[in-house]
Structure formats: C-alpha cells, structure tokens
Ligand binder design. Structure first.
Ligand code: ATP
Ligand code: MG
Length: 431
C-alpha cells in the first residue's frame, strides 16, 4: 500500500477528473459504496475459485464475530447496494464508482495491495448497444488523456451460461489426460474453475492449450448474434479491436461480451481496464434475473501510463505544470500589507477560478520570498508593496519569461491572465 505524494497526486487528480467528466458526459451517475462488505458477498459474487477469493482478500472479524472483507472489487458491492435499495426493480441504472480496492498480491510496479478503480455498470439492458457504449466510453478516456496510440482493445465472447457449461466439460475432458503437464494452480482449477486455466500466465500451460477445444466453437446462436452485433457496432464507430479467444477475465461472473484495454507501454502490468457482460450476477446475489454490463479501470496504471506518455509533464497549451505546486505566488513586502495582499488573493481566486494562488506566509526579505516563488513552480509572482498599495495596484513578474515587471490593478491582471488563455483549471478541476 503506497502513499501518493503531492507531485504524483496532482497528476492523479487531473487524470481522474478527466475520466469522471467522461462518465458524467454519458449520464452515468455516481454512487459511493462502503469499503467493507460481508465476506460472503465476494465469495459468492466474485466466485470461490477465483484468485481474488482464494488468496487475495483482506478479511477481518468484526466485534460481533461477523466476517468482513475489504472490497477487492466494486461490482459485487454495487449490485448489493442497488438491490438493497430497490433500484434494480422495474428500472434501468447506469452508475459509476471510484475508490480504493484491496487485494493481497505481490506488489510491483502497477500492482499494489491498495489500488484505485473507476468502475461503470449498466443494469437492465440486454445489449449489445450498452456493451458498445461502455467500450466507447473507455475509448473516450484514452482520447481525453492523449494516450489513444498506446492502448489496444481486445474482445471475446464467453457465450451464455449453457455455453460455458458445455465448454467446461470439453476442456476438462481434454486436459484431464494431460494433468501431469499442468502447473500447480491450473491443476487446482481443473476441478473448480477450468475455464480460468485459459488465463494462465505459465508458458508450458499455454502451450498445452494450443490444441484444446476452443470456446468459439461452443457459442450458441443467440450469443453469436449478440457478438456479431457488437462487432458491427465497433466497426461502425471505427474502434479498432483484436479478437482474442483466450480472453476470459479473472472473475467468474462474465457472460457474452468480455473486453480488455491493454498497453505495452507499462511492462508486465499492461491491463488498464477490463469489463464485459455479467447477466447472471444479480440473480446469483439474490436478485431477479437482470442483464448487466460494466467495466473497471485501474487508475494507478492509467496515471502511470499518462506520466510515461506525456514527458515532460506539462499540459499542452497551458501554463499548468505537474512539477508546479502553484501558478501564482504573492509576495508581501511588509507584515502590515498582509491584509491587503490577502484581499488581492481573494480577488484573483474569484476572477480566475482554478488558478492555484499561493500567498507567501512567514515574512522575510523580497529576495527570499522570490526564491520560494520560484521553488513553488509558479509562473507568475505578484508583488505587494507600500507603493503598489497606495495606487491599489500590484507589480507582476512572469518568472519563466524575459519580460519586464509591470504595475497593474488586480482587475487588469485578471484580464491579462484570461487573455493569455491559460487553461489553468486543468489541475484544479480537470477541464
Ligand atoms: P490482472 O490480470 O492485472 O491481475 P485483474 O483481472 O485481476 O487484473 P480486474 O479485477 O479486472 O483485474 O480489475 C480491473 C483493473 O484494475 C485491472 O485491469 C487493472 O488495471 C486494475 N488492477 C487490478 N488489480 C490491481 C492491482 N493489484 N494493482 C493495481 N491495479 C490493479
Ligand atoms: Mg488480478
């Protein structure tokens, strides 16, 4: 579990806000969910035989002896909440959530024990238009971040529940005589979750799978039609994709469509976002049969990708720099001028929302204040002295340019900065 320190948090904030704006632009509605749920929700909803439930959950006993789990993913809790509040009854829902998830994994770059997901879920739609909506929404994420050339979409269909049952049987028949050649985890899965063997990262196991029965040969007509329409829509909207029959996803609850966005720019932890359709989940968790689809995105990895692609990390066309803690630094010549300086700061913040304005505190000579201004990364120093005060003006100095100091009223300064078309709101609110 790591700390996200200010320099990275600035970037994080920017990236997250961009993504949330897109979700809102599709009229998905935000929900907040608890970090703790009863353990059974995950063992049922995610599946006993998944990596998550088998070995990645943080469980704790509450005082009354109930077993609780720090949520390892968001979908099960989301279904639980909508169900509990009657929001899946006779209606459709499009919602999103954002927040930390917890899995006891081997930490490495892009893989943490506390990580942050943004997830979207749509309930009550049989699709595939909604499946495509989810894919288009995630495509828009990459565009908004300018990383679209660094990601690839993979898709597959898992068919209906019946398809999976038939395929499962065929796969077990094929693999059972080859038992001795399977890796340990896959051997265990042979009994409880054989389809997950397709997801194995062990090369020898992958080699065995070359001649295994193929899921596409088992897909029923209805699921084929769903998948065909999905592909038709992706073509219509010119979304490039690769069909990957080996794509099964880590969780148990998927049916029909599954997809993943991957990048090769981050080394091994390349999956940025994964999702699909899970028509069986609501019923599995005690609700009425409800078609559903969604995705979840790993924000830690997306922020890493953003940082890897945008070097140096200056937002194009703006003065906003992730290396900077402030945009404007106000220097106060004498303690007696503090109130006036604070008034100026007030006025600037009101006139230039989103601009990060830091006022010097703690006194000191102008020279040392300017040093602080420089260290903050600000592009502009505003000097407040007796002379300026007497004219209701301020002196301004662009710190990163060869321009002369100017004397201006705060109003004129606001106009000047607006005219420079500084998209400084970028860091503050992600526009
Ligand atoms: P992986 O194959 O990388 O373990 P997963 O299939 O377990 O991923 P999901 O449960 O589908 O992942 O979660 C959705 C997304 O959340 C992943 O695509 C990834 O970006 C992110 N994610 C999952 N586990 C972690 C983790 N431990 N640290 C950081 N991000 C993670
Ligand atoms: Mg995993």
């Amino acid at each position: 579990m790591r700390d996200v320190l200010p320099e990275q948090a600035r970037q994080w904030h920017y990236v997250e806000n961009r993504l949330l704006k897109i979700l809102l632009g599709y009229a998905y509605e935000e929900i907040h969910l608890p970090l703790l749920e009863v353990t059974e929700l995950f063992s049922r909803g995610v599946g006993e035989a998944t990596d998550i439930v088998e070995k990645e959950m943080y469980n704790l006993a509450s005082r009354d002896g109930e077993s609780l789990t720090l949520r390892p993913e968001g979908t099960a809790g989301c279904v639980r909440a909508l169900q509990q509040h009657g929001l899946l009854f006779n209606q459709t829902q499009r919602v999103f959530y954002a927040g930390p998830m917890f899995r006891y994994e081997r930490p490495q770059k892009g893989r943490y024990r506390q990580f942050y997901q943004i997830g979207a879920e749509a309930f009550g739609f049989t699709g595939p238009d909604v499946d495509v909506e989810l894919i288009l929404m995630s495509r828009d994420f990459w565009r908004a971040l300018g990383v679209e050339d660094h990601v690839k979409l993979e898709i597959n269909t898992l068919g209906s529940g019946a398809t999976r049952a038939a395929y499962r049987e065929a796969l077990v028949d094929y693999l059972t005589p080859l038992k001795n050649e399977l890796d340990e985890a896959s051997l265990r899965r042979l009994d409880n979750n054989p389809i997950r063997i397709l997801d194995s990262k062990v090369p020898a196991t992958q080699a065995l799978l070359n001649d295994a029965p193929k899921l596409p040969d088992f897909i029923d007509a209805e699921s084929k039609a769903h998948y065909g329409e999905l592909i038709g829509l992706l073509d219509e909207f010119e979304v490039p994709y690769r069909e990957n029959p080996g794509l099964v996803r880590g969780l148990d609850y998927y049916t029909h469509t599954v997809f993943e966005w991957i990048t090769t720019s981050l080394g091994a932890q390349g999956t940025l976002c994964g999702g699909g359709r899970y028509n069986g989940l609501v019923e599995l968790l005690g609700g009425r049969p409800t078609p559903a689809a969604g995705f979840s995105l790993g924000l830690d990895r997306v922020v890493l990708l953003y940082g890897a692609v945008h070097v140096p990390q200056r937002l194009e066309g703006t003065e906003c720099d992730f290396a900077a803690a402030a945009d404007v630094y106000i220097c106060v010549m004498t303690p007696a001028l503090m109130v006036w300086a604070m008034r100026v700061a007030d006025q600037l913040r009101l006139g230039l929302p989103g601009l990060r304005i830091r006022i010097h505190a703690g006194g000191g000579k102008l020279k040392s204040q300017l040093k602080r201004a420089d260290a903050s990364g600000a592009f502009l120093a505003v000097l407040v002295g007796e002379q300026e005060r007497s004219k209701s003006q301020v002196s301004v100095k662009f710190l990163r340019e060869e321009t002369l100091q100017q004397l201006l009223s705060p109003e004129a300064l606001i106009e000047l900065l607006k005219n420079r078309a500084i998209a400084t709101t970028a860091v503050a609110d992600g526009t």
